[in-house]
Design a binder for this molecule. Structure first.
Ligand code: CFM
Ligand code: HCA
Length: 534
């Protein structure tokens, strides 16, 4: 691993090399992870996998809410490329509901708006969208030029809210607001908290009420999680923000617990809700069989009722009857194989569980835009230096709600649970879970990825659209862990079965042996591979 790291760094100029070196570690002491460079600017000229703040805000966190009208204030490309390409699924659940996600709305900013200002255009767009659809709420997203020319989207939103009598709010999530999507997550969390959470106090009749935070229903994952929790008798008020309606979000402060899937994109919300309303949060992972079982048991332990604990065990036993034969079958071919994962801000960690269910090891992994706590664990939070790029983003000051704050677990109960090994408000991070001497690489570059393939030939790489075909041209199958290609769900028990079968198929096929660059004359090698029995 040390040698690989050296070879990756070799070609960089001195200053770049010094910076990249901090972001590339050999995981020598997993239990006490070394400090990694993260959430810092990408060196210009490096081919990165990262996206922008607008993508993190509109594309990731708020865009999936299906009955809000989402209007992108900006040039058409921003709206177009954030239009369902993420495969965030949604469907209405009551006949009176509407699903607007099949529309992509934009002010289609042109040169004259850049010169003379685009506020008028935005007002018009809101009016037009309202006349056409009469939605409950409209949300406006600023793109780079909006910030540069100084359009005040918030005053336009306030004015139109007053005029139309529906909830209208804006997000200053200009693409350049941070070093990656991550800044957009924080901006989105603040906006959802200020403009939606707590607006509807209708009581929810259910015994075990929770929210699932940081689950966006890619490929239908949230539906599988919902299916399992329902079987256990646990009611989800809101999934933030997969397959979710505006009303559910306005009402989700009624839950007695927040479980957090993607820590990176939504930890702010979990903290703010706890401070204002009093429900605790903890981290779960429904990706992977072991992760799913552990998460279900943890929720049952939190509510601490025998009926729930028993039911959870019944559901696990029932589901495992389907899972077990599939694992036994695929393991014959997947055991001992190697994976490498470079994805976003949580999946590079979560999917290691699915691979280990199949007997595979993750030899290298990294996030695109996560922070040090996602690598090293939440205990490093106090030691993270806030730089100018992060200082840009507002930290909301939250206090307990004078009427609605309700401590769901008394201090004593919490302490008692913690003494029995239960962890609240924590996340142990990726590095603690990875094996000794594996490679951890933040914001991996195209060059580093190619070196990794050349030197380690992983059996499969989990990544995204920007490098999928480069990887496959090098003869390694690539599973898109963002969009799932055309597959999914991969969460929960049924999702794991889908994943095991797909990965087995991808790494067992001999098609990869037949792919060779056309300039390499290897006709003998190719026909030998083709003649091998399947
Ligand atoms: Fe969280 Fe996500 Fe991810 Fe993410 Fe994303 Fe995504 Fe991702 Mo793509 S919220 S951090 S900003 S789990 S869109 S659903 S797949 S990079 S690893
Ligand atoms: C985003 C969205 C993305 C991109 C996926 C990819 C997603 O970052 O803006 O690069 O393949 O999941 O759709 O992360």
């Amino acid at each position: 691993a040390e040698e690989t790291r050296e070879q990756m760094l070799e070609i960089y100029p001195k200053k770049t090399r010094r910076k990249r070196a901090k972001q590339m570690l050999v995981n020598k002491t997993p239990e006490t992870p070394e400090a990694i460079g993260a959430n810092s600017r990408t060196v210009p000229g490096i081919i990165t996998q990262r996206g922008c703040s607008y993508a993190g805000c509109k594309g990731v966190v708020i865009g999936p809410i299906y009955d809000i009208l989402h209007i992108t204030h900006g040039p058409i490309g921003c709206g177009w490329y954030s239009w369902l390409s993420r495969r965030n699924m949604s469907k209405i659940r009551h006949p009176e509901e509407t699903n607007y996600l099949q529309y992509s709305m934009s002010t289609d900013m042109q040169e004259d708006h850049i010169v003379f200002g685009g506020e008028k255009q935005l007002k018009q767009a809101i009016q037009e969208a309202y006349d056409e659809f009469k939605p409950k709420a409209i949300s406006v997203y600023a793109t780079c030029p909006v910030g540069l020319i100084g359009d005040d989207i918030h005053s336009v939103c306030r004015e139109m809210k007053e005029k139309l009598g529906i909830n209208i709010f804006g997000f200053s999530c200009e693409g350049y607001k941070g070093v990656s999507q991550s800044a957009g997550h924080h901006i989105a969390n603040n906006g959802v908290f200020k403009n939606m959470i707590g607006l509807d106090d209708t009581p929810v009749e259910a015994k075990y009420k929770i929210n699932v935070l940081g689950e966006y229903n890619i490929g239908g994952d949230a539906w599988e999680i919902d299916r399992i929790l329902r079987l256990c008798g646990i009611h989800i008020i809101g999934t933030l923000s997969g397959g979710v309606s505006y009303d559910e979000i306005c009402n989700c402060h009624q839950a007695d617990l927040n479980v957090v899937m993607c820590h990176r994109s939504i930890n702010y919300m979990a903290e703010m809700m706890e401070t204002k309303f009093g429900m605790p949060w903890f981290k779960v992972n429904f990706i992977g069989i072991e992760g799913t079982k552990k998460s279900l048991r943890k929720i049952a332990q939190y509510f601490d009722e025998k009926e729930l604990t028993d039911r959870v065990e019944e559901v696990i036993a029932m589901e495992m009857a389907d899972v077990r034969p599939v694992i036994e079958d695929v393991r014959q071919r997947t055991e001992g194989k190697k994976a490498a994962l470079f994805v976003g801000g949580s999946r590079a960690h979560h999917y290691q569980d699915l691979f280990s269910d199949m007997g595979m090891t993750t030899i290298a992994a990294g996030y695109e835009f996560a922070h040090r706590d996602d690598y090293e664990g939440r205990d490093v939070l106090p030691s993270i230096k806030i730089d100018a790029d992060s200082r840009n983003i507002e930290e909301l000051h939250i206090e307990a709600d004078p009427e609605r704050f309700n401590l769901r677990k008394t201090k004593e109960r919490k302490v008692a649970l913690e003494e029995s090994g239960f962890e609240f408000s924590d996340y142990e991070g990726m590095m603690r879970q990875m094996a000794k001497d594996t490679l951890v690489i933040d914001d991996i570059s195209a060059h580093e990825l190619e070196k990794l393939i050349e030197l380690h030939k992983p059996d499969v790489i989990g990544s995204g659209i920007k490098d999928k075909y480069v990887i496959e041209k090098m003869g390694i199958p690539c599973k898109q862990l963002h969009s799932y290609d055309y597959g999914g769900p991969y969460a929960g028990f049924k999702g794991a079965i889908n994943f095991f079968k797909e990965i087995d198929r991808m790494i067992s096929t001999k098609v990869w042996k037949l792919t060779r660059a056309p300039w390499k004359d290897d006709s003998e090698e190719q026909s030998a591979a083709a003649a091998e029995p399947a």
